[in-house]
Design a protein around this ligand. Structure first.
Ligand code: EPU
Length: 432
């Protein structure tokens, strides 16, 4: 067992964060590897019996959950702390993602494609509802059926079978990130060529394709809406470094803007954040970029701007809650429209408790900026909602106490140490 897997349950501790707001953040911070690139990269190890070595895997709740799932299937995972981790799927003896794990992390459905492609069968619990909406997997299933899989539903589980998947032309009805990743992985071991149309273009999809190609897959077009995959009889071991986390980067950018600070974010890829950069510049903050760093300089005053979330390269839904925190102290009004998930405004009621002025009508939030927020006890409800409450707390007057921090720990590595390094007053305490 690895240190990571031993600490599997740790992400669910009932900690709370106590933030004393008002200090402008200043200094340099380094982003971690991307959660949403690390999860599929780790799952890709199921496609070969040889070892996959991954660099820059962040230490997060969701990473511990996926290690728990991979261990459950029979994958051995080695690596400690910040070292690269090695995964080897040479003794797979289970083919099922159980309810307990899928329920806590929806990305567990990523094992469906690889298990089916390599072993001809997979049984995965249906995700059900989650804090940000229904989030079905119908598009994953319809696409696998097009590749010849038989899919049935039994006691809350999806069972898929296929002696060998066959290449197919698949047009996704809607863009889906994990759906594209699931199908791309499945197609690497299918018989013949698969073409995915209306595929997700997120950088995490492109990063997964890069790893799969290192493993011997033949994938072209990742990062565009049309991806073609020529199936191979087997894949082999590989080494790969996952991309930097663009959402963590964006969160620190907003942290600088909302506190009127001066923060340089290092080891990031600015071209993954063009939509965020553009919006922040529109608010009036200064954003400077190099190839691998972003500096955000604010003076404590931002203008209200309108935001509409879109799949990449549009404004990411994973940055919507953080921008809403910023807009709640902007001069003027802002209209924020969420188009990707139907119920991703869980942070609004908590921001209202801190004095924000926000009205939600359907999938649109009308934010009227107030001069200051005031610290309050608030509760995290999902990962990005938690991040927005941290940002609001950093800007607020007085003390903000955020409970249920395990949501934040699912996706932000060492968040309070990184913020402390930038001069924030933030403390983690165990909740009783
Ligand atoms: N959808 C369907 N049917 C499907 C699949 C998706 O109707 O079979 C719908 C969803 O309900 C949603 C939309 O399509 O309305 C887009 O969902 P998508 O499948 O793209 O989301 P996902 O793959 O489940 C990933 C990220 C999310 C991120 C979204 C959108 C991972 C592990 N998760 O989710 O990240 O918000 O893409 O960019 O990659 C987060 O990190 O906090 C997070 C939620």
């Amino acid at each position: 067992m690895t240190e990571l897997s031993l600490r599997h349950g740790e992400g669910w501790r009932m900690d709370k964060l106590i933030i004393r707001g008002g200090a402008p953040l200043r200094g340099q911070v380094e982003v971690s590897g991307a959660k949403n690139a690390a999860l599929p990269a780790m799952v890709a190890s199921l496609l070969t019996e040889e070892s996959i070595r991954l660099h820059r895997i962040p230490q997060l709740g969701d990473v511990r959950t996926i290690i728990g799932l991979l261990n459950h299937l029979g994958v051995s995972v080695e690596g400690r702390g910040q070292e690269p981790i090695s995964l080897r799927a040479d003794r797979i003896d289970r083919f099922e993602a159980p309810y307990q794990l899928v329920k806590t992390m929806r990305a567990s459905v990523l094992v469906l494609g690889p298990l089916l492609a390599r072993f001809g069968r997979a049984r995965v619990s249906l995700p059900g509802g989650c804090a940000i909406g229904t989030r079905p997997i119908n598009l994953h299933l319809a696409a696998l059926e097009k590749m010849g899989a038989t899919v049935s539903l039994d006691a809350g589980y999806v069972e898929a079978k296929a002696p060998r998947l066959k290449g197919a032309r698949i047009t996704f009805e809607g863009q889906t990130v994990t759906g594209t990743e699931n199908l791309m992985m499945a197609a690497t071991l299918a018989d013949g060529v698969t073409v995915l149309e209306n595929a997700a273009c997120e950088p995490e999809v492109t990063d997964l394709a890069a790893l799969l190609n290192r493993m011997g897959a033949r994938i072209e077009g990742a990062g565009t809406p049309t991806i073609s995959i020529e199936g191979a009889s087997h894949l082999h071991g590989a080494e790969h470094e996952v991309i930097p986390d663009r959402i963590e980067t964006g969160t620190f950018m907003v942290a600088a803007a909302i506190t009127g600070g001066d923060v340089t974010i290092n080891r990031c890829l600015p071209y993954h954040l063009e939509a965020v950069t553009e919006k922040l510049r529109e608010t009036g903050v200064l954003v400077e970029e190099t190839d691998c760093s972003i500096r955000v300089l604010g003076d404590g005053h931002v203008r209200g701007v309108n935001i509409r979330t879109h799949p990449y390269p549009g404004f990411a839904t994973d940055m919507q809650a953080q921008m809403m925190a910023l807009m709640s102290i902007a001069q003027g009004s802002s209209v924020i429209t969420e188009t990707v998930f139907e119920n991703r405004f869980m942070h609004v009621n908590e921001l209202l408790r801190m004095g924000a002025d926000i009205k939600v009508v359907g999938t649109t939030a009308f934010v009227h900026g107030v001069p200051t927020l005031s610290g309050a006890p608030v509760m995290a409800t999902d990962l990005r909602a938690s991040a927005s409450l941290v940002l609001a707390g950093l800007a607020a007057q007085g003390i903000t106490t955020i409970s249920r921090v395990y949501h934040l720990d699912r996706g932000y590595e060492s968040i309070e140490q990184k913020l402390l390094g930038l001069g924030a007053s933030i403390e983690r305490v165990a909740e009783h």
